[in-house]
Design a protein around this ligand. Structure first.
Ligand SMILES: Nc1nc2c(ncn2[C@@H]2O[C@H](COP(=O)(O)OP(=O)(O)OP(=O)(O)O)[C@@H](O)[C@H]2O)c(=O)[nH]1
Length: 614
């Protein structure tokens, strides 16, 4: 009910009263027939259309003098709500109330504006003070007869009597809030108060739930934007609680001075909360750096009002704070529009939300400057706008959570893909490196077991291979054959043809042995300076001597020049032996070496088989 505009009805009602002859002239002013209210379904009506008002001519005029004072220039009220805006600090308001009935009429006079500084009510009957009350933002709440956030007074109008209601409205800084003056039946007033509490209870309850929800989301996500939104909601809630008179009624009824200063403290805080939230939600610093700077300066300018309100609460801070707030909200709105134009969905929802506050705030300014008539809709527009704003901002945050989730998912997918790629690359690298290492190891091993000059296996490898072969031979019972070959008169080759020629001859024998050891299992070694070995596993026992002879003959017939031998070419002496079950490397080698020794002894260039073999 309180949110609805009832502006045209009182006018119709007044015209009806006048036409029906129910109104009468009193003190030169038409009196309002209060009995008509009984038939009204809402139980209330605006009083301003029946009222007249005048600027106080001399300070502290007595109410009895006011009606007869010639100094006062009475004016009719043109709207449902008296709205004088900026002006001198005190105004008189007068209206006459007539009870035509034979019974007492109980009525409530309410000023639906909780923050008016000082409202002094006098009810005069026959120019004598019949009832009096003083209420307002600067008068302790406890002194009120009716415990309600709006200054209200109950009035019993005797039967068939006309009384004069005089109100002195005092705004210390000369900035007069609209004065929504209403006349109620007592039943209508009770119902209206309950509805008012219900609406505001639901409104504040919704903000508190939103606030707690955002704090919880902040606790779990650690996303700053939710904290700033919570700060904004808290400061807005606190401001509205004071602005609508609840704080004065419930929190500090004995502290009118503090009540007046609290609004000047909470408005800058709410503006700062909104700036911080917008900055965090839309990344204003990067997206619109210039507008961000302007918003920052305006916010700081607003915050300066806090110490001013604490130090000097009477200095009319709202004359500068109100335009500052409007310019700041406009700046944030423009910043939001700029970002929204780049296709940012969160910014689009933000613009709609701030747009609601903007539109909701405009009536406050327009009525303050007299550009718009004050009524219940314009008075509550800021609450309606902010309710829509909070809903839309919650939507913007939900969108923000969603984008964060998508961003996180995308980042996780990217990280997973990168990780997989890195793991594969690493695996490939490890494989490559392992192969290279294996190759290097093989090369190193080859280098370690090969003789550089001839390319044959060296003595160390020979020892290992012979031991393995002896073990294998023991397992299978098949003997291995060992040939030890020593070039004849090699010293002389070195001496006569030079060391280099000696090396070439050794390399030649290396190649010859490699090609001679045809069977894949046969292996050739250089076991000493000019001494070589051939190992043949699972040897053909019968033909082993012939096999050695073939080797000797091949060297002999190669005709490699050697000026130091009787034949004039390179020859070799060979000792050959078969392994025996009890053989060790030493015994096997020594036996073969003895055969070689004998070959040397018996004239060289020959094959001698070890004695034990035969
Ligand atoms: N050019 C060259 N000569 C080597 C190498 N290793 C050993 N010799 C030489 O081989 C010669 C071996 O000589 P000896 O052990 O006296 O035997 P020999 O002269 O072959 O006489 P017999 O074995 O009794 O026929 C030495 O002069 C060594 O210097 C080598 O890598 N290159």
């Amino acid at each position: 009910m309180m949110m609805h505009q009832r502006y045209p009805l009182p006018w119709l009602f007044l015209i009806f009263c006048l036409l029906a002859g129910n109104g009468e002239l009193h003190a030169g002013h038409p009196a309002l027939n209060v009995s008509m209210l009984e038939r009204s379904t809402d139980g209330w009506q605006w009083l301003a259309p029946q009222a007249r008002f005048a600027e106080e001519a001399t300070p502290h005029e007595h109410p009895q003098q006011v009606l007869s004072s010639a100094a006062l220039r009475w004016q009719k009220v043109s709207d449902a709500v008296l709205n004088v805006g900026f002006g001198p600090p005190r105004y008189w308001i007068h209206l006459s109330l007539h009870n035509p009935e034979a019974t007492v009429a109980t009525r409530i006079i309410e000023v639906a504006e909780p923050l008016y500084d000082d409202l002094h009510f006098w009810v005069l009957r026959d120019n004598k003070v019949f009832a009096e009350a003083r209420m307002g933002d600067r008068i302790a709440f406890a002194s009120r007869a009716i415990t309600y956030r709006h200054p209200s007074m109950s009035l019993d109008i005797p039967p068939r009597t006309t009384v004069d209601l005089l109100i002195r409205a005092h705004a210390r800084d000369g900035e007069h809030d609209p004065l929504p003056l209403r006349l109620w039946t007592s039943e209508g007033f009770q119902a209206g108060m309950q509805l008012d509490l219900l609406i505001y209870g639901a409104y504040y309850g919704a903000i508190v739930i939103l606030l707690l929800y955002n704090l919880l989301v902040f606790a779990s996500t650690r996303e700053q934007v939710f904290l700033w939104y919570a700060v904004y909601l808290t400061s807005f809630l606190a401001w509205n609680f004071v602005y609508r008179g609840f704080a004065f009624q419930y929190l500090w009824p004995e502290s009118p001075d503090w009540n007046a200063g609290a609004v000047a403290i909470l408005v800058p805080l709410a503006l700062a909360g909104l700036t911080a939230f917008s900055w965090s939600l839309l990344d204003l610093r990067r997206q619109t750096p210039w507008l961000f700077r302007i918003a920052l300066i305006l916010t700081l300018a607003a915050l300066i009002h806090i110490p001013m309100a604490l130090l000097a609460p009477e200095t009319g801070l709202f004359a500068s704070l109100n335009p500052l707030g409007l310019v700041l909200i406009t700046t944030l709105l423009i910043a939001g529009i700029c970002i929204a134009q780049r296709g940012n969905t969160t910014a689009r929802i933000y613009v709609a939300a701030i747009g609601c506050t903007f539109v909701g705030t405009l009536p406050y300014y327009f009525t303050a400057f007299g550009l718009l008539p004050a009524n219940m809709l314009t008075i509550h527009a800021i609450n309606i706008g902010s309710a829509l704003e909070f809903l839309l901002l919650a939507l913007a945050l939900a969108h923000r959570i969603n984008s964060l989730k998508t961003e996180k998912l995308e980042a996780e997918l990217l990280a997973h893909a990168t990780l997989k790629h890195s793991a594969e690359a690493l695996e490939e690298k490890v494989f490559e490196r392992t192969s290279e290492l294996e190759q290097a190891n093989r090369s190193l091993h080859e280098l370690a077991v090969r003789d550089a000059l001839t390319g044959l296996y060296n003595r160390r490898h020979f020892n290992e291979v012979v031991q393995q072969e002896l073990a294998r031979s023991r397992r299978h019972g098949k003997p291995a054959a060992l040939l030890l070959l020593d070039l004849d008169h090699f010293k002389k080759l070195n001496d006569l043809s030079g060391h280099l020629a000696g090396d070439e001859a050794l390399a030649h024998i290396g190649q010859l042995l490699s090609s001679f050891a045809r069977r894949s299992v046969d292996q050739a070694f250089r076991v000493g300076g000019e001494e070589f070995a051939l190992l043949s596993p699972e040897a053909d026992e019968e033909n082993v001597e012939r096999w050695a002879e073939q080797l000797r003959l091949r060297i002999d017939t190669t005709n490699w020049p050697h000026p130091g031998t009787p034949q004039g070419h390179l020859t070799a002496s060979i000792g050959v032996a078969l392994s025996q079950p009890g053989d060790t490397l030493e015994s096997f080698y020594t036996r073969t070496d003895r055969a070689l020794y004998r070959a040397k002894q018996e004239g060289r260039n020959r094959v001698i088989r070890a004695l034990s073999d035969t």
